[in-house]
Design a protein around this ligand. Sequence first.
Ligand code: PMP
Length: 338
Amino acid sequence: MNYAKNILETIGNTPLVQLNKIVKDLPCKVFAKVEYFNPGHSCKDRMALQMVEDAEADGRLKPDGTIIEGTSGNTGMGLALAAIVKGYKLICVITDKQSKEKMDILRAVGAKVVVCPTDVEPTDPRSYYSVSKRLAEETPNSWYVNQYDNPSNAKANYEQTGPEIWDQTNGEITHFIVGVGTGGTISGVGKYLKEQKPDVKIWGVDTYGSVFKKYHETGIFDENEVYSYVTEGIGEDILPKNVDFSVIDHFTKVTDKDAAVFCRKLALEEGIFVGMSSGSAIKGLLQMKDQLKPTDVVVVLFHDSGSRYIGKIFNDDWMRERGYLEEEIVTAHDLIKN
Ligand code: PMP
């Protein structure tokens, strides 16, 4: 028999898929590392399991313990799978900006979900950073994961995602591009790839409303760069320890509208049904067109599945309310009039 002993054993070894129509204006080959093939439907399953196993190994997480994390959903899903298989409780602290689907999914896999306001300073006692920390202090036998500063996050991508991409491209990769949130993906994959081939280019995709690009270019943490935005999973108003700016060659910023529009294009043109940060990643790559030549081999990483965003990007009313969808709905009434 050929089977996995539990769901955690199915994490990783996701496919690399060539992109065709959406990259027709680029001179080179482009491949997508499609991370929704993980059991929790995102890349974050990898780092969630790594963080849990490293915490078990050094005694931070003890039997019957409660795992506590501030998570936009995908890390929570990964932690939930690990908690179920290994027998822990899980509390996820989430902001009210996150999609309802993400909250419902977390509850479905047994997590307790605490919702905090988005538009408050990180130091505000109501912020999801502060609430997670406070819950961790008040809950007996608990472990606060802190994916932003937890080195196991980048380590999982250094040990798994990076080598997978290297092997799948037979070492021919010349550029890696991905959205940046905690920084675990870009830093782990980027470090591994640069160790194999120092001239591989590592490009980060940031959002408007986030500090990364400006900080990378000037070394200045500019609070004026911070304002609320819609894209989920990428961009920050803090500098997480997991962002290793030294392996990143360039940041490009993508608007919320472009992220949503290109997310829809990926579904329609490639049949790849992914979340909004993947729309940012592909649009970010197209913005870098002038930097690419025919012999280049690009890998773009798609973090999660579009199913988490049915009520948002894949909902015409939601798109139209934000001015992301320009064409009007044709009603039966209009047809009769014309
Ligand atoms: N996209 C999505 C949907 C995510 O959940 C995350 C994780 N925050 C990212 C991109 C960014 O990945 P990382 O945290 O490793 O930088």
